[in-house]
Design a protein around this ligand. Structure first.
Ligand code: CO8
Length: 258
Protein backbone atom coordinates (compact mmCIF):
# COMPACT_ATOMS: atom_id res chain seq x y z
CA UNK A 1 0.00 0.00 0.00
CA UNK A 2 1.22 3.54 -0.78
CA UNK A 3 2.71 5.46 2.18
CA UNK A 4 1.29 8.93 2.80
CA UNK A 5 2.63 11.75 4.95
CA UNK A 6 -0.71 13.23 6.06
CA UNK A 7 -2.93 10.14 6.10
CA UNK A 8 -2.98 6.77 7.82
CA UNK A 9 -4.67 3.96 5.92
CA UNK A 10 -5.99 0.68 7.28
CA UNK A 11 -7.88 -2.08 5.55
CA UNK A 12 -10.71 -3.77 7.44
CA UNK A 13 -11.75 -6.51 5.00
CA UNK A 14 -13.79 -4.70 2.31
CA UNK A 15 -13.65 -1.35 4.16
CA UNK A 16 -10.86 1.22 3.82
CA UNK A 17 -10.27 3.37 6.90
CA UNK A 18 -8.55 6.70 6.21
CA UNK A 19 -7.37 8.83 9.13
CA UNK A 20 -6.35 12.45 8.61
CA UNK A 21 -3.03 12.73 10.40
CA UNK A 22 -1.67 16.25 10.89
CA UNK A 23 -2.08 16.43 14.69
CA UNK A 24 0.20 19.48 14.96
CA UNK A 25 -2.35 21.49 12.93
CA UNK A 26 -5.60 19.82 14.08
CA UNK A 27 -5.73 18.10 10.68
CA UNK A 28 -5.91 21.39 8.77
CA UNK A 29 -6.37 20.61 5.11
CA UNK A 30 -3.45 21.77 2.99
CA UNK A 31 -2.57 20.95 -0.63
CA UNK A 32 -0.66 17.85 0.47
CA UNK A 33 -3.71 16.43 2.27
CA UNK A 34 -5.84 17.11 -0.79
CA UNK A 35 -3.33 15.47 -3.18
CA UNK A 36 -3.10 12.40 -0.95
CA UNK A 37 -6.87 12.14 -0.50
CA UNK A 38 -7.39 12.38 -4.26
CA UNK A 39 -4.97 9.48 -4.64
CA UNK A 40 -6.62 7.39 -1.90
CA UNK A 41 -10.15 7.94 -3.18
CA UNK A 42 -9.14 7.10 -6.78
CA UNK A 43 -7.43 3.91 -5.57
CA UNK A 44 -10.50 3.00 -3.50
CA UNK A 45 -12.86 3.52 -6.46
CA UNK A 46 -10.63 1.34 -8.68
CA UNK A 47 -10.14 -1.50 -6.15
CA UNK A 48 -12.65 -4.32 -6.66
CA UNK A 49 -11.98 -5.68 -3.17
CA UNK A 50 -13.07 -2.44 -1.38
CA UNK A 51 -16.75 -1.53 -1.05
CA UNK A 52 -16.95 1.22 1.56
CA UNK A 53 -14.57 3.84 2.96
CA UNK A 54 -14.55 5.69 6.28
CA UNK A 55 -12.78 9.05 6.56
CA UNK A 56 -12.01 10.17 10.10
CA UNK A 57 -9.67 12.45 12.03
CA UNK A 58 -8.50 12.39 15.64
CA UNK A 59 -10.63 12.53 18.76
CA UNK A 60 -9.93 16.28 19.11
CA UNK A 61 -10.40 17.25 15.47
CA UNK A 62 -11.84 15.77 12.33
CA UNK A 63 -10.29 18.81 10.64
CA UNK A 64 -10.08 22.43 11.85
CA UNK A 65 -10.44 23.81 8.33
CA UNK A 66 -8.39 24.59 5.30
CA UNK A 67 -4.80 25.41 6.28
CA UNK A 68 -4.93 29.11 7.13
CA UNK A 69 -1.13 29.39 7.09
CA UNK A 70 -1.02 28.06 3.53
CA UNK A 71 -3.70 30.50 2.32
CA UNK A 72 -2.66 33.58 4.31
CA UNK A 73 -0.35 35.19 1.72
CA UNK A 74 -2.24 34.18 -1.42
CA UNK A 75 -3.70 36.84 -3.70
CA UNK A 76 -6.70 36.66 -6.00
CA UNK A 77 -4.58 35.88 -9.06
CA UNK A 78 -2.82 33.00 -7.22
CA UNK A 79 -6.11 31.47 -6.04
CA UNK A 80 -7.89 31.99 -9.38
CA UNK A 81 -5.12 30.78 -11.68
CA UNK A 82 -4.44 27.70 -9.53
CA UNK A 83 -8.21 27.19 -9.18
CA UNK A 84 -7.29 26.62 -5.55
CA UNK A 85 -8.86 23.51 -4.03
CA UNK A 86 -10.88 22.67 -7.17
CA UNK A 87 -9.35 19.19 -6.75
CA UNK A 88 -11.92 18.42 -4.05
CA UNK A 89 -14.34 17.71 -6.90
CA UNK A 90 -12.29 14.58 -7.57
CA UNK A 91 -13.12 13.44 -4.05
CA UNK A 92 -16.84 14.14 -4.51
CA UNK A 93 -16.70 12.29 -7.85
CA UNK A 94 -16.02 9.03 -5.97
CA UNK A 95 -18.64 6.57 -7.17
CA UNK A 96 -18.54 4.09 -4.29
CA UNK A 97 -20.02 4.90 -0.88
CA UNK A 98 -18.03 6.62 1.86
CA UNK A 99 -18.78 7.86 5.36
CA UNK A 100 -17.29 10.70 7.39
CA UNK A 101 -16.78 9.75 11.05
CA UNK A 102 -16.50 13.08 12.88
CA UNK A 103 -15.09 13.55 16.35
CA UNK A 104 -14.20 16.99 17.75
CA UNK A 105 -13.85 20.01 15.49
CA UNK A 106 -15.18 19.93 11.92
CA UNK A 107 -14.71 23.58 11.03
CA UNK A 108 -14.59 25.46 7.75
CA UNK A 109 -13.12 23.13 5.14
CA UNK A 110 -13.33 20.33 7.74
CA UNK A 111 -17.10 20.70 7.95
CA UNK A 112 -17.22 20.99 4.16
CA UNK A 113 -15.29 17.75 3.64
CA UNK A 114 -17.52 15.94 6.13
CA UNK A 115 -20.53 17.16 4.15
CA UNK A 116 -18.97 15.81 0.92
CA UNK A 117 -19.37 12.30 2.38
CA UNK A 118 -22.46 10.24 1.63
CA UNK A 119 -23.36 10.68 5.26
CA UNK A 120 -21.82 11.68 8.57
CA UNK A 121 -21.67 9.67 11.78
CA UNK A 122 -20.74 11.98 14.65
CA UNK A 123 -19.13 11.40 18.00
CA UNK A 124 -21.06 13.07 20.83
CA UNK A 125 -18.20 15.58 21.12
CA UNK A 126 -18.42 16.69 17.45
CA UNK A 127 -18.65 20.42 16.70
CA UNK A 128 -19.52 21.66 13.23
CA UNK A 129 -19.02 25.21 12.05
CA UNK A 130 -18.29 27.54 9.15
CA UNK A 131 -16.20 30.21 10.91
CA UNK A 132 -14.52 31.56 7.75
CA UNK A 133 -16.29 34.91 8.10
CA UNK A 134 -14.05 35.61 11.12
CA UNK A 135 -11.06 35.37 8.75
CA UNK A 136 -12.53 37.78 6.21
CA UNK A 137 -13.66 35.04 3.82
CA UNK A 138 -16.54 32.59 3.40
CA UNK A 139 -16.94 28.86 2.88
CA UNK A 140 -15.18 27.95 -0.38
CA UNK A 141 -15.49 24.17 -0.68
CA UNK A 142 -19.24 23.87 -1.00
CA UNK A 143 -20.17 24.67 2.61
CA UNK A 144 -22.77 27.34 1.92
CA UNK A 145 -24.53 25.01 -0.52
CA UNK A 146 -24.28 21.67 1.27
CA UNK A 147 -25.00 23.11 4.73
CA UNK A 148 -28.10 24.90 3.42
CA UNK A 149 -29.24 21.68 1.73
CA UNK A 150 -28.69 19.70 4.94
CA UNK A 151 -30.05 22.00 7.65
CA UNK A 152 -32.10 24.61 5.77
CA UNK A 153 -31.60 28.34 5.29
CA UNK A 154 -32.07 29.61 8.86
CA UNK A 155 -29.37 27.55 10.54
CA UNK A 156 -27.01 27.65 7.54
CA UNK A 157 -27.27 31.41 7.30
CA UNK A 158 -26.82 31.87 11.04
CA UNK A 159 -23.74 29.63 11.08
CA UNK A 160 -22.12 31.26 8.03
CA UNK A 161 -22.81 34.78 9.32
CA UNK A 162 -21.80 34.27 12.97
CA UNK A 163 -19.38 31.33 12.80
CA UNK A 164 -21.37 29.65 15.59
CA UNK A 165 -20.52 26.00 16.13
CA UNK A 166 -23.23 23.35 16.20
CA UNK A 167 -22.87 20.44 18.60
CA UNK A 168 -23.54 16.81 17.74
CA UNK A 169 -27.02 16.64 19.24
CA UNK A 170 -28.22 19.73 17.40
CA UNK A 171 -26.56 18.49 14.21
CA UNK A 172 -28.51 15.24 14.41
CA UNK A 173 -31.81 17.03 15.05
CA UNK A 174 -31.09 19.40 12.15
CA UNK A 175 -30.36 16.55 9.72
CA UNK A 176 -26.66 17.27 9.27
CA UNK A 177 -25.59 13.89 10.65
CA UNK A 178 -27.14 10.45 10.32
CA UNK A 179 -26.36 9.30 13.84
CA UNK A 180 -24.54 10.33 17.04
CA UNK A 181 -22.52 7.75 18.98
CA UNK A 182 -20.20 7.98 22.01
CA UNK A 183 -16.93 9.54 20.85
CA UNK A 184 -14.93 6.60 22.22
CA UNK A 185 -16.71 4.12 19.93
CA UNK A 186 -17.02 6.38 16.87
CA UNK A 187 -14.56 4.59 14.59
CA UNK A 188 -15.85 1.14 15.56
CA UNK A 189 -19.45 2.20 14.93
CA UNK A 190 -18.54 3.78 11.58
CA UNK A 191 -16.62 0.65 10.57
CA UNK A 192 -19.63 -1.50 11.52
CA UNK A 193 -21.95 0.60 9.37
CA UNK A 194 -19.40 0.60 6.55
CA UNK A 195 -19.13 -3.20 6.75
CA UNK A 196 -22.92 -3.43 6.39
CA UNK A 197 -22.78 -1.27 3.27
CA UNK A 198 -19.79 -3.22 1.93
CA UNK A 199 -21.84 -6.42 2.21
CA UNK A 200 -24.52 -5.05 -0.15
CA UNK A 201 -24.58 -5.72 -3.90
CA UNK A 202 -21.99 -3.18 -5.13
CA UNK A 203 -23.79 -1.98 -8.25
CA UNK A 204 -27.02 -1.36 -6.33
CA UNK A 205 -24.98 0.61 -3.76
CA UNK A 206 -23.47 2.81 -6.47
CA UNK A 207 -26.91 3.32 -8.05
CA UNK A 208 -28.52 4.17 -4.68
CA UNK A 209 -25.81 6.76 -4.02
CA UNK A 210 -26.17 8.22 -7.50
CA UNK A 211 -29.94 8.60 -7.24
CA UNK A 212 -30.01 10.11 -3.74
CA UNK A 213 -27.39 12.63 -4.87
CA UNK A 214 -29.55 13.44 -7.91
CA UNK A 215 -32.27 14.62 -5.50
CA UNK A 216 -30.04 17.62 -4.72
CA UNK A 217 -29.41 18.50 -8.35
CA UNK A 218 -32.52 17.67 -10.36
CA UNK A 219 -36.14 18.83 -10.30
CA UNK A 220 -38.44 16.10 -8.89
CA UNK A 221 -39.82 14.79 -12.20
CA UNK A 222 -36.34 14.41 -13.70
CA UNK A 223 -35.02 12.88 -10.49
CA UNK A 224 -37.83 10.31 -10.41
CA UNK A 225 -37.18 9.44 -14.08
CA UNK A 226 -33.45 9.11 -13.38
CA UNK A 227 -34.21 6.81 -10.44
CA UNK A 228 -36.54 4.65 -12.56
CA UNK A 229 -33.94 4.25 -15.34
CA UNK A 230 -31.27 3.17 -12.84
CA UNK A 231 -33.79 0.80 -11.23
CA UNK A 232 -34.58 -0.68 -14.67
CA UNK A 233 -30.86 -0.94 -15.38
CA UNK A 234 -30.24 -3.06 -12.28
CA UNK A 235 -32.43 -5.77 -13.85
CA UNK A 236 -29.52 -6.29 -16.24
CA UNK A 237 -27.23 -7.38 -13.39
CA UNK A 238 -26.38 -10.84 -12.04
CA UNK A 239 -26.84 -9.50 -8.52
CA UNK A 240 -30.52 -8.69 -9.13
CA UNK A 241 -31.12 -12.29 -10.28
CA UNK A 242 -29.16 -13.59 -7.29
CA UNK A 243 -30.80 -11.21 -4.78
CA UNK A 244 -34.34 -12.10 -5.79
CA UNK A 245 -33.55 -15.84 -6.05
CA UNK A 246 -31.94 -15.72 -2.59
CA UNK A 247 -35.05 -14.06 -1.15
CA UNK A 248 -37.36 -16.67 -2.68
CA UNK A 249 -35.08 -19.53 -1.56
CA UNK A 250 -34.77 -18.01 1.96
CA UNK A 251 -30.94 -17.82 1.92
CA UNK A 252 -28.40 -14.96 1.97
CA UNK A 253 -27.39 -13.57 -1.42
CA UNK A 254 -23.87 -13.96 -2.79
CA UNK A 255 -22.82 -10.94 -4.84
CA UNK A 256 -20.55 -10.82 -7.87
CA UNK A 257 -20.77 -7.09 -8.52
CA UNK A 258 -21.85 -7.91 -12.09
N1 CO8 B 1 -5.08 26.09 9.65
C1 CO8 B 1 -3.80 26.04 10.07
N2 CO8 B 1 -3.44 25.73 11.33
C2 CO8 B 1 -4.43 25.47 12.20
C3 CO8 B 1 -5.79 25.52 11.84
C4 CO8 B 1 -6.10 25.84 10.49
N3 CO8 B 1 -7.36 25.88 10.03
N4 CO8 B 1 -6.54 25.23 12.92
C5 CO8 B 1 -5.68 25.00 13.94
N5 CO8 B 1 -4.42 25.15 13.50
C6 CO8 B 1 -3.17 25.01 14.28
C7 CO8 B 1 -2.97 26.18 15.21
O1 CO8 B 1 -2.39 27.27 14.51
C8 CO8 B 1 -2.04 25.57 16.25
O2 CO8 B 1 -0.75 25.52 15.71
P1 CO8 B 1 0.51 26.10 16.60
O3 CO8 B 1 0.55 25.15 17.78
O4 CO8 B 1 1.65 25.94 15.66
O5 CO8 B 1 0.15 27.48 16.97
C9 CO8 B 1 -2.54 24.12 16.35
O6 CO8 B 1 -3.29 23.87 15.14
C10 CO8 B 1 -3.47 23.88 17.52
O7 CO8 B 1 -4.53 24.83 17.43
P2 CO8 B 1 -4.97 25.77 18.66
O8 CO8 B 1 -3.81 26.04 19.55
O9 CO8 B 1 -5.70 26.94 18.10
O10 CO8 B 1 -5.98 24.77 19.41
P3 CO8 B 1 -7.19 25.17 20.36
O11 CO8 B 1 -7.64 23.90 20.99
O12 CO8 B 1 -6.83 26.31 21.25
O13 CO8 B 1 -8.35 25.71 19.36
C11 CO8 B 1 -9.73 25.64 17.36
C12 CO8 B 1 -8.96 24.85 18.45
C13 CO8 B 1 -10.93 26.38 18.01
C14 CO8 B 1 -10.24 24.65 16.35
C15 CO8 B 1 -8.78 26.68 16.72
O14 CO8 B 1 -7.60 26.02 16.33
C16 CO8 B 1 -9.34 27.38 15.50
O15 CO8 B 1 -10.18 28.25 15.64
N6 CO8 B 1 -8.89 27.00 14.28
C17 CO8 B 1 -9.24 27.61 13.05
C18 CO8 B 1 -10.66 27.25 12.66
C19 CO8 B 1 -11.03 27.96 11.37
O16 CO8 B 1 -11.12 29.16 11.30
N7 CO8 B 1 -11.27 27.17 10.30
C20 CO8 B 1 -11.62 27.69 9.02
C21 CO8 B 1 -10.40 27.82 8.18
S1 CO8 B 1 -10.72 28.61 6.62
C22 CO8 B 1 -11.42 27.41 5.67
O17 CO8 B 1 -11.55 26.29 6.08
C23 CO8 B 1 -11.83 27.80 4.31
C24 CO8 B 1 -12.32 26.59 3.51
C25 CO8 B 1 -12.55 26.95 2.07
C26 CO8 B 1 -11.29 27.00 1.27
C27 CO8 B 1 -11.62 26.86 -0.18
C28 CO8 B 1 -10.60 27.51 -1.08
C29 CO8 B 1 -11.04 27.52 -2.53
Amino acid sequence: MTEYTTLLIERHDAVTLVRLNRPQALNALNSQVLAELIDVFAAYDADDSQHCLVLTGSEKAFAAGADIKEMQSQGFADMYSANFFAGWERVTDTRKPWIAAVSGFALGGGCEVAMMADFIIAGDNARFGQPEIKLGVTPGMGGSQRLAAAVGKAKAMEMCLTGRMMGAEEAEKAGLVARVVPAASLVDEALKTAAEIAAMPPLAAIAAKEMVNAAFELPLAQGVRFERRLFHGLFGTEDQKEGMAAFVEKRPGKWTGK
